[in-house]
Design a protein around this ligand. Structure first.
Ligand code: IPM
Ligand code: SF4
Length: 413
């Protein structure tokens, strides 16, 4: 009677692991990006360690402040490049390759049954593949760099079931916003969410990644979708190694269960400044916008750009609209499919693959009192610029809103 998390931790720790047990687990893949690798490498050096445990299992994408925005950033990136070379880390993705949480899946590191730890809070994204993906701080990452192991408290699990077909204009993003709005920002604290039901089964890998990506926004330690044919098809030819899918037993114990009816769902908006401040779009008061941003590890994939382009085709945006593809692959595919041309014709600014303005570091920071509709996962105060206001939505809603300059239901366009 085990949950997916209990099974993954049992395998990774080499002994039967149950919720609330403390275990020392072998990490399958470890990730740090340009932001956190600096701190992790410093801590690693302070531990007087020389060589990492296994350079093949460490993945370092540069995505947060790329291409470098200041001398300081450039210097830090230079230093980490040197360290990566010294350590013989081959899985290094330099500027423009894309966002860490897109690159691990694309390169076949996000695999069912694996324990994948990243020095980034949205490492829960890998749960879309039936992995236990979770974020840790940089000093914990230094410990993984050195030993390949880390201690964990095995989380209790909650079961989230969504049934029914999503309406036209309603997407995985709307579903996860609804879930977070219902459970609250602390509703899943230190819990692993397992997602079930016909709505989830019908989602593409892209949609599942949107869902798992935001598990942390309700405090979740992980957000796991049981792997199925959609998962295996995606992984065919790209899996970096063998994997063993893991499923919960029928009598697995969940600390709470939640049910959602997807057929009733309309587009959702998270209003400033909390991710659980979620409203149905029909309840939103008229809201003027200054900027729209489509991208990030939540919604910067091909499907997302495709939906945006289908709405913007032959039209002109009314506000500053920034699109940042989640990876070079996404960008290349979007070019091939004519999506980028459609976006450019509509007046969109297309940025280099990476996090873009998500974290407010560069390329689209908003001014005081300005409003931005964003497909990201966080609308915290000041995140995209001091005094700015962030509304979170699906790419469809963001594109529809870009056309009118105010929050707009994509079903009305
Ligand atoms: C910079 C990094 C530590 C941070 C995170 O962990 O999530 C960032 O990616 C974010 O989305 O806020
Ligand atoms: S896209 Fe945004 S949420 Fe995702 S890793 Fe980058 S900064 Fe964090």
């Amino acid at each position: 009677m085990s949950t997916i998390s209990e099974k993954i931790f049992s395998r990774a720790s080499g002994k039967e692991a149950k919720a609330n047990d403390f275990v020392i687990a072998d990490v399958d893949f470890a990730m740090a990006h340009d932001g956190t690798s600096v701190l992790a490498v410093n801590a690693f050096r302070e531990m007087e360690e020389e060589k990492v445990w296994n350079p093949e299992r460490i993945i370092i994408p540069f995505d947060h402040l790329t291409p470098a925005n200041t001398d300081t950033t450039a210097g830090l990136q230079q230093e980490i490049r040197g360290w990566i070379k010294d350590q013989g880390i081959k899985n290094f993705y330099d500027v423009g390759e894309g966002i860490c949480h897109q690159l691990l899946p694309e390169n076949g590191f996000a695999l069912p049954g694996k324990l994948i730890v990243g020095a980034d809070s949205h490492s829960c994204t890998y749960g879309a593949f039936g992995a236990f993906g979770t974020g840790v701080g940089a000093t914990d990452m230094a410990e993984i760099f050195s030993s390949g192991k880390l201690w964990f408290k095995v989380p209790e699990s909650i079961k989230i079931t969504a049934e029914g077909k999503l309406n036209n204009g309603v997407y995985a993003k709307d579903l996860i916003l609804k879930i977070i709005g219902t459970l609250g920002v602390a509703g899943a604290t230190y819990k692993a969410a397992e997602f079930y039901g016909s709505t989830i089964e019908a989602l593409s890998m892209s949609g599942r990644m949107t869902l798992s990506n935001m598990a942390i926004e309700m405090g979740g330690k992980a957000g796991i979708v049981p792997p199925d044919k959609t998962t295996f098809d995606f992984l065919e030819n790209i899996a970096s190694e063998e994997y063993e899918p893991v499923y919960a037993d029928e009598d697995a114990v969940y600390s709470k269960e939640y049910d959602f009816d997807a057929t009733e769902l309309e587009p959702q908006i998270a209003i400033p400044h909390q991710v659980d401040n979620v409203q149905d779009i029909s309840e939103i008061k008229p809201t003027k916008l200054d900027q729209a941003f489509i991208g990030t590890c939540t919604n910067g994939r091909l499907e997302d750009l495709e939906v945006a382009a289908s709405i913007l085709k032959g039209e002109k945006v009314a506000i500053r609209t920034i699109v940042v593809p989640a990876s070079r692959n996404v960008l290349v595919e979007a070019v091939r499919k004519g999506i980028i041309e459609t976006l450019l014709d509509a007046g969109v600014v297309v940025g280099p693959p990476g996090c873009g303005p998500c974290l407010g570091g560069h390329m689209g920071v908003i001014g005081k009192g300005e409003t931005c509709i964003s497909t990201a996962n966080r609308n915290f105060k000041g995140r995209m610029g001091t005094g700015g206001l962030i509304y979170l939505s699906s790419p469809a809603t963001a594109a529809a809103s870009a056309l009118t300059g105010e929050i707009t239901d994509p079903r009305e366009i």
